[in-house]
Design a protein around this ligand. Sequence first.
Ligand SMILES: C[S@@+](CC[C@H](N)C(=O)[O-])C[C@H]1O[C@@H](n2cnc3c(N)ncnc32)[C@H](O)[C@@H]1O
Length: 216
Amino acid sequence: MYRPSMASIALRNAVESRRQIEVFDYVNSADAFTRAFGMRNTLKCLRALANLGGRIHGYRRVCDLGCGSGAFSLAFAYLADNPNLELHGLDASEIQLSLGEQLMSAARLPGRIEFERRNLPTQIGYLPDLTISSYWFCENEHVILDPVLFDLMVGREMLVVDYEKIIDRVANCLPRGFRILGRHSSSVDIPSALTEFVAQEKASVHSIHIGRMENW
Ligand SMILES: C[S@@+](CC[C@H](N)C(=O)[O-])C[C@H]1O[C@@H](n2cnc3c(N)ncnc32)[C@H](O)[C@@H]1O
């Protein structure tokens, strides 16, 4: 599913030449997006999740906002290795979700993993132990700036992987009642066996881990 195609190479070249935050067409370019960026996003999410250390095994109810074709869900379920995990991915794009379902079914990771079509932000009906989100806030910056929408989307804790500028914005606009638990920037060395899928040797990753304050 991550093997490059002509369309994914063309998409990646176009994005790199524009050097700006892109909002993709997830109806016509879902497959190309997944092939161009899926593996890279998974590796970045793995690096961000490694900062949680052993705590990763303790989260049971996890919600992936803008899960797309499942990059963050895949990384989380792989590292958590938790048969009690209930991972719930939400995304507006039916095609992205169906790619995510194929990916997760091929990966056969422990836990119950379900994807659902939702236009976000919206009530999700429960408070996840952890909300994860990669490259969703960059397409929905208004949620960072609106404390009511932000509160609606965040579980007891949240881990966001995104562009540095977006991570800065989350940190600087954090509403009352939330606190920063960790913030990391690093560079991932792409293993040589995966350079065909990622088309670069290093990738930078920026993440922020936030939590709700008790008694708020
Ligand atoms: C850049 S992709 C990231 C996908 C995945 N998290 C990853 O890291 O590869 C953004 C995803 O967010 C979804 N999305 C963007 N805005 C949305 C919204 N308002 N409601 C639901 N999904 C949305 C898109 O359909 C797309 O799948």
